[in-house]
Design a protein around this ligand. Structure first.
Ligand SMILES: Nc1ncnc2c1ncn2[C@@H]1O[C@H](COP(=O)(O)OP(=O)(O)O)[C@@H](O)[C@H]1O
Ligand SMILES: Nc1ccn([C@@H]2O[C@H](COP(=O)(O)O)[C@@H](O)[C@H]2O)c(=O)n1
Length: 211
């Protein structure tokens, strides 16, 4: 394994990727400090749509690989691996585009990145050293997505159900489920699976001790 390690966490929308990645990150930062571990989200790399009207933006299929700037994410992962800081875009689910701000991410020995389509793209897969797939039943994901999108993402119940039927569910079967074959580890029961969190933390501690 190279000098730096990139760990990808993929799976369906609302399968618990973000909770899992942030739990691993926060628990390790509390224990070891934050200079050796970084965290990124694929969602930050949704394409900038500031040149489009709001009415045009809501027509985008946000579950299709074309919605993401995967080339930029690949180059940012490559830069972090090479010891360079990156400016991670920031994304708003309410305006469906990037905000003006970026977050500077310093290179770290271990980089966690989470997102629905990470394992579907060969360019991205070539950057990953360890891959995890959150295998949460789709009905549980839907219940969690409804709650989250209504509470946090400014959506209505009708917009969530329509989007689920037209793009979210079809994309799960077309892109996300087949990408499970690229996972080293498959995690059941979502972001609160503490045994799986502990296994990844143990692996990270081991990697940091080797370096
Ligand atoms: N095992 C779990 N039990 C209960 N709630 C969970 C569990 N895993 C995730 N959640 C909740 O489900 C919602 C979606 O989880 P999140 O981590 O944001 O999913 P993703 O990043 O895969 O879209 C969040 O509100 C999160 O707190
Ligand atoms: N403007 C947007 C952008 C994305 N989405 C949905 O977000 C999902 C991916 O994020 P998760 O945190 O759920 O993994 C994806 O399924 C998109 O449908 C959106 O609704 N609006």
């Amino acid at each position: 394994m190279g000098k730096n390690t990139i760990i990808a966490i993929a799976g369906a929308s609302a399968s618990g990727k973000s909770l899992f990645a942030s739990t691993v990150y926060q628990e390790l930062v509390a224990e070891l400090g934050d200079e050796r571990i970084a965290i990124l989200s694929e969602d930050a790399y949704y394409r900038d749509q500031s040149h489009l009207s709001f009415e045009q933006r809501i027509l985008t299929n946000y579950d299709h690989p074309a919605a993401f700037e995967h080339q930029l994410l690949t180059s940012h992962l490559h830069a972090l691996r090479s010891g360079e800081a990156i400016k991670m875009p920031q994304y708003s689910y309410k305006t469906h585009t990037r905000t003006e701000e970026t977050i500077t991410v310093q290179p770290a020995k271990v980089v966690l990145v989470e997102g629905i389509l990470l394992l579907t793209d060969a360019r991205l897969r070539s950057q990953f050293d360890i891959t995890v797939f959150m295998d949460t039943p789709l009905d549980i994901c839907l219940l969690r997505r409804i709650k989250r999108d209504l509470e946090d993402r400014g959506r209505s119940l009708s917009s969530v159900t329509e989007q689920y039927e037209t793009t979210v569910r079809p994309a799960f079967f077309e892109f996300i489920a087949p990408s499970k074959q690229y996972a080293d580890l498959v995690v059941t029961r979502g972001g609160k699976n503490q045994i799986a969190v502990d296994i990844i933390k143990t692996k990270i501690r081991q990697l940091l001790a080797e370096k």
